[in-house]
Ligand binder design. Structure first.
Ligand SMILES: [Zn+2]
Length: 214
């Protein structure tokens, strides 16, 4: 969304001077599901209702994100702020709470710290897709110049690096692992790591394993 965001360049000095670049974007399809046991039914899946509740008691505020059970609809309040002094909250943020601003509902729903505090899990399945619209280069071309692939995250969905590579290149897991092991793909983080923010990696010249059709 914000095209001017900083992109990290590999620390090995190969970043500058690479003039072929591809942009892969982890685009947002929806909000994560909030996973916690419902007290009324057997479901564990909850979604934000789109509402935020603010209670004022003199100068102290309570703020909750309201979520509803996917199956029975029972609502539950996720504490966002408890007994916080009104002056401790940015006025703009307070207005967003009071207006059920979708941007703040989105932000709270994706907030891993809040999830941890309120003891629920986030299920990111189906919340993203990888868009590789940038005209892609020919992996099979032997004298193809090195290329820098920039991965940009529109949402902080944790995605295994291996999955980004198999999806982005249309290659099998063994093929992608071979390319990493042989140094053709140079990653700034382990292939088994989960990424959730922007990073950049390099693909260097050599004949690849035969790609599956995209
Ligand atoms: Zn329920």
């Amino acid at each position: 969304m914000n095209s001017s965001r900083d992109i990290r360049v590999p620390a090995d000095g190969t970043g500058p001077g690479i003039d072929r670049k591809a942009l892969w974007v982890v685009t947002e399809l929806g909000l994560p599901t909030i996973v916690k046991a419902c007290v009324s039914c057997r479901s564990t899946r909850h979604h934000p209702t789109g509402k935020i509740r603010v209670n004022a008691n003199h100068k102290l505020l309570d703020v909750w994100l309201l979520i509803g059970c996917e199956l029975c609809g029972r609502t539950w309040k996720v504490p966002v702020h408890e007994r916080v002094n009104v002056r401790a909250l940015e006025h703009e943020r307070l207005l967003m709470f009071e207006n059920n601003d979708p941007a703040i509902v989105r932000q709270l729903t994706m907030d891993a710290t809040l999830a941890h505090k309120a003891a629920y899990q986030l299920d990111w399945t189906g919340t993203w897709q990888l868009d590789t619209d940038t005209p892609f280069y020919d992996l099979q071309h032997e004298d193809a110049a090195p290329i820098e692939v920039i991965i940009r995250f529109e949402l902080p969905a944790p995605v295994r690096v291996e999955r980004l590579l198999t999806t982005g290149f249309g290659l099998s897991r063994p093929a992608v692992r071979d390319m990493v092991d042989s140094g053709r793909i140079r990653l700034p983080l382990p292939i088994d790591a989960k990424a959730r923010e922007d990073f950049t990696f390099l693909v260097v010249t050599a004949p690849p394993p035969s790609p599956e059709p995209r």
